[in-house]
Ligand binder design. Sequence first.
Ligand code: EPU
Length: 424
Amino acid sequence: MDEGKEMFLIKEGNELRGEIEVYGAKNAALKIFAASILFNEPIIVKNVPEIEDIARCKELLEFMGGRVQNTGKREYKISSNLINSSILEPKISKSMRSSIVFTGPMLAKFDKVEFPHPGGCVIGERPIDVFLEGFEKLGAKITIQQNGYILEAKKLRGAKIIFKKISVTATETLMMAAALAEGKTILYNSALEPEIPALADFLNSCGAKIKGAGTYKIEITGVKNLKFKNPYVIIPDRIEAGSFAILAAILGKEIKITRCEPNHLLVFLEYLKYVGAEIEKGKNFLKISSPKKLKSIDVKTREYPGFPTDLQAPFVALLTQAEGKSIVTETIFEGRLNYIEDLNRMGAKIMPCDPRRIIIEGKTDLRGKEMESPDLRAGLAFVLAALCAKGESIIHGVYKIDRGYEKIEKRLQKLGADIERIKS
Ligand code: EPU
């Protein structure tokens, strides 16, 4: 990882056109890497995005004795059956929130897992109470130490778990833990994100008994072990597709977004249509053009299928180019409006109302500036803003964007964008 040394140099955007392909979903791939721990043999995964977070998962598994081999383009063989430690390496875990997902399979497979409080993008407090309550229900003993947590259980037992908060990763983590537990588990008030049924489908194809993934009630009947059968193909990244759709709505002339799953973006696409984007939807593609004028709209982020929090910052970049006043409310992560000062320095008119709400007055002419990505999605919002700003912008902290978007500059260059990765 090249923390902080690389930056993007972006010059005023031309009209963008052409095709851009969506890669495998970061937030699905990470969970499959974690799920590999449940197996007694290697698993093979395809369509894995070549992003920083995947590199960190590889390190995390290898630190415990597992082996992760790149066996082809975006294909990995993951041998977590070689794991011989129950410690999630603290430095890696702290740098990646999704390291918490590894705790479920670790506890299901071994008697114990030790891990620090997980870190990741600084977008809010990000507690893990929902996970701990779930593990306790499954019969785990929890020891809280100064530097983290130890979970122990000779055998997990099925239980009824009612999530007090909807959490994507808690749903996935406990679903995986319950897959090898004794008896039946019911997860109530589960998250509905498409990555969850994708994970359940994979586990079921290997012998797990999971019903209802993708609904609020998931029933898992524990099995003794799982048996890997066929290489698993990661679903397309809906957030990447949505990010490209926003770019197309700002600067695009018939941009075709290929290998995506438009059905995972239905509500988001309604918003995009409302602001004026011209959208043609196919089975696995989207064709989007920017309208003459973009219209303002009020947005509240919601759990799936609502407007995704991961597209909030990129959409705000779009709203700086829309005529009129928009109000954006972030309901999922309280720290996710931490980028507006930089957009204002570029010439945007964004007023904070409270820690979760902003008013955007558009349309504003943006000017290129030097900025630091605060997190993955806000970093992408800066790229979009810079592409429609007059002059030159420099975006530092590119590694944060690399956490979730594979070689974004190369893919945008193909559409005609003037963006370059340079060393500082
Ligand atoms: N929460 C708690 N306690 C918990 C767990 C969650 O209070 O024990 C709170 C969170 O602080 C937050 C809310 O519940 O306010 C929802 O968080 P959730 O747990 O659903 O988020 P997550 O599972 O940590 C995943 C994605 C995020 C995405 C969110 C929401 C992964 C690895 N991450 O996070 O993706 O924003 O769901 O859809 O799947 C990203 O890709 O940039 C990203 C941050």
